[in-house]
Each structure stands twice: as structure tokens, then as C-alpha cells.
Write a protein of this length. Structure first.
Length: 262
């Protein structure tokens, strides 16, 4: 029961959607640095290839790109087919791809709901369903296959910003993850969620530029998340140490949910 073995992801096959940028890149790097074989997928093919080039320079693990536009169901199917050609097993699926839309309540458009819910919620189910056979191939009762869904604390609290579709989609994702935990746990596949607080990412860039001091002040630890924070949580859930965790929603937010405002 030594620590290196307990928390090892060496030689595990991992898919990280949206793994080329932001939180997804942090997660991908954590897996590669600890000896995993990581597939990165997003619609930005150039970013995927660049991320893999940089990650492969780190040694230990390896990274490979399979670009796909998850708004298109056919691309999701092609991703599953391509991964199935390359690998017989998938040990870890990280559903990280997501989008946001902020706009005034009075003008919030129908297109925002269609776009955000499709990527943040619907496609999580689509991709998970398509890849379930590969997950089953990797799964055992003692060391199950893992699904890690990247949610948000805005799916647990009421956000101050007018991001109606985003917060609703993440709340839906948290519950979908629990439903999957019930159904797929019987197949020795766990499903858990990281409800992330603020991290350095393209999605958060404008908000952090304007409100960094306020956001950092709202956490009990007085800072935003680092790559080590989110990578560490994913490594725990994906290693033998996290094999008994199923259906959990973990607030990865530096304590902002428990920080009293008054």
C-alpha cells in the first residue's frame, strides 16, 4: 500500500476532451507526467497537435491528438471509432470540453441554450455512451474504469454573473454523473464530478482580468486554482486510491462554497 502504487496511473489509457487548453491542458499534463497514455480531443486540431508536441517533451507518458467537433454527433462517433482502432481499452474518460455564454437576462438568446447545453451536457452523455465498450474492457471490480466529469461550483450555487445556460448545464451534468454512477457502476465503471472553482483558462480570462481580487477574496484560501490542484484531483480519482469513490461531486474551489459573505 505504498504511495507510488496507490496513486499510480502509469500505462493507463486516458481520453481528455478539450485537453489542449485551460483546465483540460492541466489535466492532460498531470496524466502524461505520471506515465499515462493520453489522447487529447477538441475541434481545434492545431491546438491539439501543439499540446501533444509539448506534452511529449515532458517524458514518462505520451500524448496523441484525435481532433473532433463535439457539436457534431458524427464527429463524436468518428472519435470513438478512431480510438477503438488504436486502443482495446480506455481506463479513464475525462469529460472536460465545455462552453459558456454570458448575456443580460432580457436579451439572453435561444442559441445560447442550444450551444451550451449541447456541449456541456448532451455530448457528455453521447461520448460516454459511445466509449462505454472500451471502458468496460478496462474495468475490474477492484480497479474500475473511471469517468471524471468537469463540472462547476456555478452548478452548486447561484452565480452572480448572467450565465444562465452554463450554470444550468453544470447542475445537470452533476446529476447526470450520479445517474451514470448508478448505471455504470454495475459494469465496474465509476462516474464522479469535479465542481471546479476559478482556474486560469480562456473561459475565465476576462472575468479574472476584471474581478481577480474579488474572486480570490471569496475563497477561504485566498487564491485561484493551480494546475496541480485539478491534476491532483483527477489523478486521485483515476488511481487505485480513488477506486471506491462513485457518484461523488467534489467541490474543487478553495472553499468558496463555504466562505461566509456576511
Amino acid at each position: 500500500m505504498d504511495v507510488p502504487t496507490l496513486f499510480s496511473v502509469k500505462d493507463k489509457v486516458v481520453l481528455v476532451t478539450g485537453g489542449a487548453k485551460g483546465i483540460g491542458r492541466m489535466i492532460s499534463e498531470g496524466f502524461v507526467q505520471n506515465g499515462a497514455k493520453v489522447y487529447i480531443s477538441s475541434r481545434d486540431a492545431k491546438a491539439c497537435e501543439q499540446a501533444c508536441k509539448e506534452l511529449n517533451g515532458l517524458g514518462k507518458g505520451s500524448a496523441y491528438a484525435i481532433p473532433a467537433n463535439f457539436y457534431k454527433e458524427e464527429d463524436c462517433k468518428q472519435l470513438a471509432q478512431e480510438l477503438g482502432k488504436r486502443e482495446k481499452k480506455l481506463h479513464v474518460l475525462v469529460n472536460n470540453s465545455g462552453s459558456n455564454w454570458g448575456e443580460s437576462y432580457d436579451t439572453y438568446p435561444e442559441s445560447a441554450w442550444n450551444r451550451v447545453l449541447t456541449l456541456n451536457l448532451h455530448r457528455v452523455f453521447t461520448i460516454t455512451q459511445l466509449l462505454t465498450p472500451l471502458l468496460e474492457n478496462a474495468a475490474t471490480a477492484e480497479d474500475p474504469a473511471r469517468i471524471v466529469n468537469i463540472g462547476s461550483i456555478d452548478g452548486l450555487r447561484v452565480p452572480g454573473l448572467e450565465t444562465f445556460a452554463y450554470s444550468a448545464s453544470k447542475a445537470g451534468l452533476h446529476h447526470l454523473s450520479r445517474v451514470l454512477a448508478n448505471h455504470l457502476g454495475r459494469r465496474h465503471i465509476t462516474s464522479n464530478t469535479l465542481a471546479c472553482g476559478p482556474f486560469e483558462s480562456k473561459m475565465m480570462a476576462a472575468t479574472l482580468e476584471k474581478f481577480r481580487d474579488v474572486i480570490e477574496g471569496q475563497t477561504t484560501l485566498g487564491r485561484i486554482g493551480t494546475p496541480q490542484d485539478v491534476a491532483g484531483a483527477c489523478l486521485f480519482l483515476s488511481s487505485r486510491a480513488g477506486a471506491w469513490v462513485n457518484g461523488a461531486t467534489i467541490a474543487l474551489d478553495g472553499g468558496s462554497l463555504v466562505s461566509a459573505k456576511m
